[in-house]
Design a protein around this ligand. Structure first.
Ligand code: NAP
Length: 306
């Protein structure tokens, strides 16, 4: 029998939707996805989520979200949905092992880290190249590393990594940060961080593990090599929407288009969080949109029974 509501993804958007839907007795099923808990599980201190004046660790916050959803009866399934059939209800979600059917669907599959696209970046991933400072920072105790990017993520990662690394070199393609002033100031005041402006990563060096980087100055074209042991790529994210291509409306960047709150172009299919938001992308805005999606899913289910 088809589920009332399936929530795809278990970050702040998905788990907030689960809390609201479970409290509305919709008996929601959360299909967790490959990164259960979403991007906050690979971040460190969350200082701007209201209600935590001293900050809270990302994984701890997501565990609390999940416990709150479970308390009201939300169910969880481990599974990576490979394809969907949204042409008519009940909607079908296919994993490698099984097919889920549901009357309504909330998509909160979030976004994933972008890469520069250098062959050696992929080849040395996990061997010195990383997209997650909290996951891998510990391995670089006493070593020199680089962080690529100039946004809040790059600044946050660079600061965090100075807990372990002897020196952090930030490579940014422009002459000022995109990051918020508070994050940028922390970087500029940190004596362990050197910023290399107007520059891009030309290559990651090393055969079995990272031994250095080649950096190109975009204004002069000059290149130079820096010896170091790790490279953290923090250049933004892309939405996880591949499986919805051709079935749901997306913008040029692949973000799902929502109208009138969380509604997609298919009735009964809603989207919440980073998968449909390339502007705000905060845990609190994702949670808010998850709440909206659950309320709209509830209204939609009610309308089906009339
Ligand atoms: P972002 O704001 O999109 O910044 C991406 C950075 O990477 C930019 O500086 C960009 O350069 C650079 N970049 C992009 N593509 C590149 C390429 N191919 N080569 C070299 N550099 C490249 O992404 P983000 O830092 O992940 O932040 C995403 C959102 O999450 C933002 O809204 C941010 O405020 C939020 N966030 C908040 C916090 C916090 O408040 N604690 C922490 C993390 C993230 P340009 O500047 O030249 O475009």
């Amino acid at each position: 029998m088809a589920e009332n509501l399936i929530i795809l993804g278990s970050g702040p958007a998905g788990l907030t939707a689960a809390i609201y839907a479970a409290r509305a007795n919709l008996n929601p099923l959360v299909v967790e996805g490959i990164q259960a808990g979403g991007q906050l599980t690979i971040t460190s201190d969350v200082e701007n989520y209201p209600g935590f004046p001293k900050g809270i660790l990302g994984p701890e916050l997501m565990t609390s979200f999940r416990q709150q959803a479970e308390r009201f009866g939300a169910r969880f399934a481990i599974g990576d949905v490979k394809s969907v059939e949204l042409g008519q209800a009940p909607f079908k979600l296919n994993t490698e092992k099984e097919t889920f059917e549901t009357k309504t669907l909330i998509i909160s599959t979030g976004a994933s880290a972008n890469l520069l696209g250098l062959p050696n970046e992929s080849r040395l991933m996990g061997k010195g190249v990383s997209t997650c400072a909290t996951c891998d920072g510990f391995f670089f105790r006493g070593l020199e590393i680089a962080v690529v990017g100039g946004g809040d993520s790059a600044c946050e990662e660079a600061n965090f990594l100075t807990r372990f690394a002897s020196k952090v070199t930030m490579i940014h393609r422009r002459d000022h940060f995109r990051a918020s002033k508070i994050m940028a100031d922390r970087v500029l005041k940190n004596p362990k961080i050197e910023v290399v402006w107007d520059s891009t990563l030309d290559d990651v060096l090393g055969s079995d593990e990272v031994t250095g980087i080649r950096v190109r100055n975009l204004k002069t074209g000059a290149t130079r090599e820096i010896n170091l042991s790790g490279v953290f790529v923090a250049i933004g994210h892309s939405p996880n929407t591949k499986i919805f291509k051709g079935q749901l409306e997306m913008d040029a960047g692949g973000y799902l288009i929502t109208r009138d709150g969380p509604k997609t172009n298919v009735k009964g299919v809603f989207a919440a969080g980073d998968v449909q938001d390339h502007v705000y992308r905060q845990a609190i805005t994702a949670a808010g949109s998850g709440c909206m999606a659950a309320l709209d899913a509830e209204r939609y289910l009610e309308s089906l029974h009339l």
